[in-house]
Design a protein around this ligand. Structure first.
Ligand code: NAD
Length: 299
């Protein structure tokens, strides 16, 4: 049996970019592009195929919901994206019914799949997804931590005049304003640097703006989430068990339950398993604030 991925929202920016990256990597045998907007999804599927024709044998095609049957992973990117000036939470009312509609269909046609969701507010909607379907929490993955962490790596590399390749740095907590950069675990060129409070605050402020800077300048973020989703799906396909910061529903870990929030997670063929790190006192306090904020947003 081959590896099959479906992408709901593939007519749009993030879904298509995720599909293109997955196809280019060649680990999936089939990718089904689903969208309420049929023509854009068909166009994205053809464009993806033309892009990877010399690189990959992945079969990419438009699909209706029955066609997602047999999917190992269903990526969900459907829903409205932010416009300049909006927070991710501002999208909750618009995107909650969209996700509700999608869950019913995914549950009907691909009940055994692992879901990877980007739609914002991602943590809130990922919990909503988990709460309204009969899946193990490890099979309901919210994507963002890898992208937020990539932005953190760039900020740290800049500060130490090195390349992001030489930086280990992770973001946990909300995919939003209360995100928690884990400074205590940062490694630069194999060393563990110290940050004073002013530096931490400055980097935190830079990070808060980084996605909106892209949206204001080019209209949307696409390469960051697209490549990051593909990496997450690849970890599932190849059962790599690598740690990728992801939003997972907690069951007592980090002192919280019944909330989906960014944590280090080992990602493999069974989905995402929470990894517990020792956080500094300040990081745990910030994580608690972030978790409480997300719990208040539950549907
Ligand atoms: P987009 O507008 O380009 O694409 C969204 C697609 O969803 C459209 O093609 C639309 O037709 C489709 N859609 C809407 N309702 C649907 C439904 N009921 N069923 C099927 N398809 C439906 O938006 P985008 O830039 O691709 O962003 C998608 C989502 O991802 C947004 O909510 C955005 O905020 C979020 N996002 C998250 C991250 C992350 O790291 N988690 C990063 C970037 C964007």
């Amino acid at each position: 049996m081959g590896f099959k991925v479906s992408i709901v929202g593939a007519g749009g920016t993030v879904g298509a970019m995720a599909g293109y990256n997955i196809a280019l990597q060649g680990f999936a045998d089939e990718i089904a592009y689903v969208d309420i907007a049929e023509d854009p999804a068909i166009g994205q599927a053809h464009d993806t195929l033309h892009g990877v024709a010399y690189d990959s044998h992945t079969d990419v095609h438009y699909s209706d919901y029955p066609g997602v049957e047999g999917s190992d992973v269903v990526v969900i990117t459907a829903g409205k994206p932010r416009e300049p000036g909006m927070t991710r939470l501002d999208l909750a009312d618009a995107n909650r019914p969209i996700i509700a509609d999608i869950i019913g269909n995914v549950d009907e046609y691909a009940p055994d799949s692992i879901t990877v969701l980007t739609s914002n507010p991602m943590d809130v909607l990922n919990y909503h997804l988990y709460d309204s379907c009969d899946r193990d929490r490890s099979e309901v993955i919210g994507f963002a931590g890898r992208l937020d962490s990539a932005r953190f790596r760039y900020a740290i590399a800049d500060r130490f005049d090195t390349t992001p390749y030489n930086v280990e740095a992770s973001i946990i907590g909300e995919h939003g304003d209360t995100q928690v950069p884990v400074f205590s675990k940062v490694q630069v060129d194999g060393r563990t640097p110290e940050f004073d409070a002013g530096e931490r605050e400055e980097i935190r402020e830079t990070l808060k703006e980084s996605a909106m800077n892209v949206i204001e300048k080019k209209g949307a973020t696409e390469f960051g989430p697209g490549r990051g989703v593909a990496h997450t799906v690849e970890a599932i396909a190849h059962d790599t068990n690598e740690v990728i910061p992801s939003s997972v529903v907690l069951d007592g870990e980090y002192g919280h339950s019944d909330v989906s929030i960014g944590v280090p997670a080992r990602v493999g063929e069974d989905g995402a398993e929470v990894v517990e790190w020792d956080l500094s006192e300040r990081e745990q306090e910030m994580f608690d604030e972030s978790a409480e904020k997300l719990k208040e947003q539950k549907a």
